[in-house]
Design a protein around this ligand. Structure first.
Ligand SMILES: CC(C)(COP(=O)(O)OP(=O)(O)OC[C@H]1O[C@@H](n2cnc3c(N)ncnc32)[C@H](O)[C@@H]1OP(=O)(O)O)[C@@H](O)C(=O)NCCC(=O)NCCS
Length: 126
């Protein structure tokens, strides 16, 4: 799977609007260090991707879920999550929903957690 194919998918799914796809080095690192990546293909076209980090025992952080707009609402996203859950062993999946996907995850059975916290790379640690 080439970097260009991933960038193209991120654009074609709209996820590219919220991921640093113009920053090549950062994107390369994002792909190199993810340790649970599930992909969906139609022929040789990449149509969906779930990019996660898992310890395969306790937690899986699902960072990016993207399905090409032309292929959405066919169950591909659900299957990508199913495979991510399956390959994560006993890990629970944790994620942040994009604004357009806030109604998606509860529909699939995800529980909302009101105590999630974020600290950005440049946020001062008090
Ligand atoms: C969110 C996304 C991954 C969903 O993928 P998908 O393949 O279209 O989803 P599925 O076909 O598996 O949908 C499963 C169910 O959720 C519903 N659904 C799909 N997108 C939804 C949305 N945005 N809001 C609410 N429900 C949605 C489907 O209709 C389907 O319902 P059904 O089982 O009753 O038919 C896809 O729309 C996408 O890539 N969006 C842009 C990028 C993005 O926002 N990613 C999430 C980052 S957190």
């Amino acid at each position: 799977m080439s970097l260009a194919a991933v960038v193209e998918l991120y654009r074609a799914s709209t996820l590219g609007e919220r991921r640093p796809i113009e920053e090549r080095e950062r994107l390369v690192a994002m792909l190199r260090h993810a340790n649970l990546v599930i992909t969906a293909w139609e022929g040789d076209q990449l149509v969906g991707l779930a990019r996660s980090f898992s310890d395969f025992a306790y937690c899986t952080y699902l960072s990016d879920l993207a399905v090409r707009v032309s292929h959405q609402r066919r169950g591909i996203g659900r299957e990508l999550i199913r495979q991510t859950q399956h390959h994560g062993g006993r890990a629970q999946i944790i994620l942040l929903a994009a604004p357009r996907a806030v109604d998606y995850y509860p529909r699939l059975g995800f529980r909302h957690h009101p105590q999630a916290w974020l600290l950005g790379p440049d946020d001062p640690l008090a």
